[in-house]
Design a protein around this ligand. Sequence first.
Ligand code: MD6
Ligand code: FE
Length: 147
Amino acid sequence: MTDAGGYRYTALDPLSGEAWPAMPGCLHRLAAESAAAAGFPGFDPEACLVNRYGAAARLGLHQDRDERDFGQPIVSVSFGRSALFRIGGTRRTDPTRAITLDHGDIVVFGGPSRLIFHGIDRLTGPEDPVLGDSRVNLTFRRVTAPG
Ligand code: MD6
Ligand code: FE
């Protein structure tokens, strides 16, 4: 959730006061199997952040460091329109390059890559048959220390 105090993980949805809906088992398995295939066995994600990008949306260069244990990877799954994903190094000033993320692409950020700077420059390519001019990205995260 995010508010004037910043961005953080909470057990309850602040709008409803209720627990967030459970992660569908098929998505939990997809994230765990993707992490294992990339060399990070035992990934047990607790949170799935759903980001929807409209045609003009961007995401500035950032590191993901609100989670407790940087030894745990983050798994990203993309749907809909393609995006130019910018990846750099562990310092903001490191050189960057752009790769295209297409519908169905999965990225695993783990190990020495867990804290690299990254962002979305812009959406690209034709409309998606289902999502039209939009893109949806899911990121699966371990929020607390694994136990
Ligand atoms: C996106 N992804 O693909 C944004 N973060 O829309 C991220 O910010 C991201 O792809 C951490 C790990 C993998 C990612
Ligand atoms: Fe990120």
